[in-house]
Design a protein around this ligand. Structure first.
Ligand SMILES: O=P(O)(O)OC[C@H]1O[C@H](O[C@H]2O[C@H](CO)[C@@H](O)[C@H](O)[C@H]2O)[C@H](O)[C@@H](O)[C@@H]1O
Length: 249
């Protein structure tokens, strides 16, 4: 494991397919999901690198595709959203079969009732499920977890997943690993998948990238299967800038 940004940069861009997480990787975490700040230079950086990589750059995020389109309106690449339960590929959006279902509606309704009982805990709804956030009241973690587990256990086809100061109920067959598998299956041999992420939800994608001959970069702390580590999103942007400015032989 190394946190040497230069060592990662030397991996080069000639044969990589770059898969980027959003929160905590490209942008700093914030008190609320809507409270994030997107650095102005990120837009041009992603567009420039997408072009340099001949399109081999995508987002793989827990956020919904529509939310990512809101924060990154000019992003030209493919977007895997809602932990792989949604995908915008070549401009066409596909969504998990549970979107719009009574199952998801019931999950959201129960989650709304649950957070109403927990002071400071908030609800983020997605068309694929619900997220119970306790960042403002860390002492509510146990109650939030119990509520999310109970709701998920009663929802066919859904599971509870742990995120940063949050518990999400989402389709059990959706994952960031599935997104990486889909990309790899389309690429010619010799292209190395590269996953950069900060959370436990990114680790399953990193495992796939490693197994396919690529590599991963973990942002921040936590156990990881990644070969590299960077301290924060500022370092990730510096890496991307380094890759963008490298001379291709
Ligand atoms: O896969 P990601 O792109 O990293 O998205 C993961 C989740 O990110 C968001 O929640 C996290 O970031 C918030 C803003 O910084 C923070 O307030 C929250 O505590 C974090 O859990 C987003 O709200 C979720 O929907 C994403 O699944």
């Amino acid at each position: 494991m190394t946190d040497d940004i230069d060592a990662i940069a030397r991996e080069g861009t000639t044969d990589i397919y770059l898969m980027l997480d959003f929160d905590g990787t490209l942008i700093d975490l914030a008190p609320t999901p809507d409270g994030i700040h997107v650095p102005a230079r990120l837009h041009g950086l992603l567009a420039g690198l997408h072009a340099k990589l001949d399109g081999r750059l995508c987002l793989v995020s827990g956020r919904e595709v529509a939310v990512l389109e809101h924060f990154l309106p000019d992003f030209p690449g493919d977007i895997f959203g809602a932990h792989g339960a949604e995908a915008r590929r070549g401009g066409t959006l596909s969504r998990h079969p549970l979107v719009g279902s009574p199952v998801v509606a019931s999950v959201q309704s129960q989650a709304q009732d649950a957070v109403a009982q927990m002071h400071g805990v908030t609800l983020e709804t997605k068309d694929t499920g619900a997220v119970i956030h306790y960042r403002a009241v860390p002492q509510a973690e146990g109650a939030a977890r119990a509520a999310a587990e109970t709701i998920a256990a009663a929802a066919p086809g859904m599971e509870m997943h742990t995120s940063k100061m949050a518990f999400e109920i989402r389709p059990s067959d959706a994952s960031k690993a599935g997104a990486v598998h889909a990309i790899i299956a389309e690429q010619p041999s010799g292209i190395r998948p590269v996953v950069i992420g900060d959370d436990v939800t990114d680790e399953e994608a990193m495992v796939v990238a490693n197994a396919a001959g690529g590599f991963a970069v973990r942002v921040g702390g936590g156990d990881t299967c990644a070969a590299y580590r960077l301290p924060d999103p500022a370092a990730v942007l510096a890496l991307l800038e380094s890759w963008l400015s490298e001379e291709t032989l």
